[in-house]
Design a protein around this ligand. Sequence first.
Ligand code: PMP
Length: 387
Amino acid sequence: MTSSPVARHVRDIPRSGIRDFFEVVQSMSGVISLGIGEPDFVTPWHIREAAVYSLERGLTGYTSNLGLPKLRDAIAGYVGQHFGVQYDGQTEVLVSVGVSEALDLALRALLDPGDEVIYHEPCYVSYSPSIALAHGVPVAVQTEAADGFALRAETLAAAITPRSKVLLLNFPTNPTGATMPRVELEKVAALCQRHDLIVLTDEIYSELTYDGGEHVSIASLPGMKERTIFLHGFSKAFAMTGFRIGYACAPAPLIEAMMKIHQYGILCASITSQEAAVEALRRGEPDVAHMRREYEARRNFIVGALNDLGLPCHRPRGAFYVFPDIRPSGLTSREFSLRLLKEKKVAVVPGTAFGAGGEGFVRCAYATSLPKIKTALGLVGEFLKEI
Ligand code: PMP
């Protein structure tokens, strides 16, 4: 075989910068990781028990392609109550294998080759590749540390072209923890209506909003439900990453289009995970509140500690990440992360993994215990003195 049999659009996408980095981490022992974007909590017991009990009852088959009707109804109820958007559980909700699958389905359902998808950077590592794999064109707009990584409608407006079809939002944001106040979201919504953009909103971190702040979904703004695909899941708020369960809510014709791809590619999400998800929605809210309080205390500590060390860090109001400016160290993001790992056994992720605009920053996840975070920050302090 002379040339690669791999399709060009697959060849062209890079491997995830996080994965490469964590291959190095995994080859070492005794590392304190502020790297992985995954809750350190185990799924609450009553949710695990619901999964175990469903197996005991012999529930081991396929479900409806869209997901268990009782789960879809529970999702519609939860989204109505928490986000103020009313969806019909039977026609406007699709249960997916994590937000990851829901995002892929939405992009594949919406994009014709060459359609542009605008998203804000630094962002979750999978956005640009997922767009490219769906034959779309990724168009990043930069957000700035000086602005708390907020997305401004003016910046967005400048990126819109006649090929723009979709706007992909993620608040609170991975990796910056940025949130979006209602007034700014209203400006963005007006822009989407003016330019006829469809919005994909990834609200996977929405329960992790701090300082008593209000989380507003763009889907809840007037005239927006009709043009929005709302993506959410159980991985972060309920500490259920391994269950691989999420969902999309959208107008019925869009759910129908996504369902066709899901039905042929995946069939349905795991019934065990769906049973666990029903329990999470019915009785999991005290657990979410408990984990949120823990994360908030850790955020308060880590933001203060990084600033005290001379690494300027804005105070994010959501998710479980901080994105400090490491330029005072004189190192690039990658040098900083690799040397901190090799010399002090502390893992953080180079900001460039989240887009070129992340140079000069690193992502630290505080989804690890406070004592470990304190030890890690002590080691960062030693590292800064030694370099
Ligand atoms: N969106 C964002 C912003 C994320 O950070 C992640 C996971 N790190 C996902 C989606 C994927 O989540 P899931 O486990 O639901 O597939």
